[in-house]
Design a protein around this ligand. Structure first.
Ligand code: SME
Length: 149
């Protein structure tokens, strides 16, 4: 099923409001509703590392801990800005997880301006992520800050 972003945003909010396991339910929702979101995970910041929390996708990643500053994930965590990588092969920072991945988006989750985590999505489609994805996922991130401790 593919939802339009406005509907997805409303549904996401109601999923979060009714959830006792918010991070799990968020990755589940994103993975199920967007066909080009091939792998969806949430990392949380612990000391100077990103630590993988819940994820959905066909395979586990070996990158369960990523130093801040390393990879696309670490870059988004240091800058606090969303990273869209249309072609992972041409980005020297990319840490490879899956042979099928062609593009990636990483959206920081903030709490009072501090990065406390991030949403990481890999796509098997090249150039899969647009401004619409970043706007939508930044709204989802805003909903999540208070749920990361
Ligand atoms: N590709 C990421 C690593 C995490 S995996 O995509 C799940 C990066 O370059 O930071």
């Amino acid at each position: 099923m593919f939802l339009d972003y406005e509907t997805a945003e409303k549904e996401m909010q109601s999923v979060i409001d009714g959830s006792s396991n918010v991070l799990e339910d968020v990755v589940d929702f994103l993975y199920k509703n967007f066909d080009y979101y091939s792998w969806v995970g949430i990392y949380t910041v612990e000391n100077n590392e990103l630590v993988l929390g819940p994820w959905r996708g066909p395979h586990a990643t070996e990158h369960t801990r990523i130093p801040i500053g390393s990879g696309i994930c670490g870059a988004a965590a240091s800058s606090g800005k969303t990273e869209i990588v249309p072609d992972v092969k041409s980005d020297g920072r990319y840490l490879s997880c899956f042979v099928s991945t062609k593009s990636e988006i990483v959206v920081p989750i903030k709490k009072q301006d501090m990065v406390v985590g991030e949403i990481d999505i890999d796509s098997d489609k090249r150039d899969a992520f647009t401004k619409m994805d970043s706007l939508f996922l930044e709204k989802v991130s805003d909903m999540l800050g208070e749920h990361i401790h």
